[in-house]
Design a binder for this molecule. Structure first.
Ligand code: ADP
Ligand code: ADP
Length: 226
């Protein structure tokens, strides 16, 4: 069974603009799938439909064996990491990471176990009492990832998670995301317009253009053909 399937998915915004068209994709467990393509081609819209932040106009979204078109975001077995981190400024790192679990009524001891474990994986154990404004950009990005990891979702969605970091940190975090993928043995869907990120991270690359899938292939077939 595929981890996630999109069947004939289409997005028409209220103004009539068709942002995603005829989108068909099956993603298997543990794949690292990259959406690439020029700005405006529909990458974020597709990710947001999977997350439930944007309504699906037509077609079907399956997560595992569950048809998810009408399932609330918090009840989908996914977690999303945003480009702008979206941390709560008034909460500590610990509470930022715990928030999504509290919302879902996870028992306190279980929340604590998961936050400590994620903090260890991301090397942010010493930052748990700080507030976001006392963190560097790279640290904030780790917290944003921690918030997704504690959910232990079936699928991670990442929308240009590294684009606000400087070049050096971007390379470092890219390596860490790759390790994270191996360590968590999870499915990741990752949006980027950075070809190096796509090549080094992806097990499969979906090239989009004008709302359509133009090509789906492995990085080596797409970029390293003689
Ligand atoms: P990408 O992530 O590939 O840059 P997006 O998915 O953000 O592309 O956007 C796809 C297209 O949909 C763009 O042309 C964008 O202007 C348009 N779009 C995005 N949001 C809306 C909206 N709320 N209403 C109308 N058009 C939108
Ligand atoms: P999840 O565990 O589902 O990722 P979040 O903690 O990210 O939950 O968010 C829970 C709710 O709070 C969502 O409806 C989300 O849109 C909203 N939210 C997330 N970050 C912020 C923020 N920085 N400010 C205001 N609302 C937010």
């Amino acid at each position: 069974m595929a981890s996630l399937s999109l069947k004939n998915v289409r997005k028409v915004y209220p103004n009539g603009f068709v942002a995603v068209n005829d989108f068909n994709l099956d993603i298997e467990d543990k794949e690292f799938v990259i959406f690439v393509g020029p700005s405006g081609c529909g990458k974020s819209t597709t990710l947001r439909m999977i997350a439930g932040l944007e309504e699906i106009s037509d077609g079907e979204l399956w997560i595992g064996d569950k048809l998810c078109n009408d399932i609330e975001p918090k009840d989908r077995d996914i977690a999303m990491v945003f480009q702008n981190y979206a941390l709560y400024p008034h909460m500590t790192v610990y509470d930022n990471m715990a928030f999504g679990l509290k919302l879902r009524k996870t028992p306190k001891a279980e929340i604590d176990r998961r936050v400590q474990e994620a903090a260890k994986i991301l090397s942010i154990e010493s930052l748990l009492d700080r507030r976001p404004k006392a963190l560097s950009g790279g640290q904030r990005q780790r917290v944003a990832m921690g918030r997704a990891i504690v959910r232990e979702p079936k699928v991670f969605l990442m929308d240009e998670p590294l684009s606000n970091l400087d070049a050096k940190l971007r390379v470092q975090m890219r390596v860490e995301i790759s390790k994270l993928h191996q360590r968590l043995q999870t499915t990741i869907i990752y949006v980027t317009h950075d070809q190096v990120e796509a090549m080094t991270l992806g097990t499969r690359i979906v090239v989009m253009k004008d709302g359509f899938i133009q090509q789906v292939d492995t990085p080596s077939n797409l970029y390293e053909r003689p």
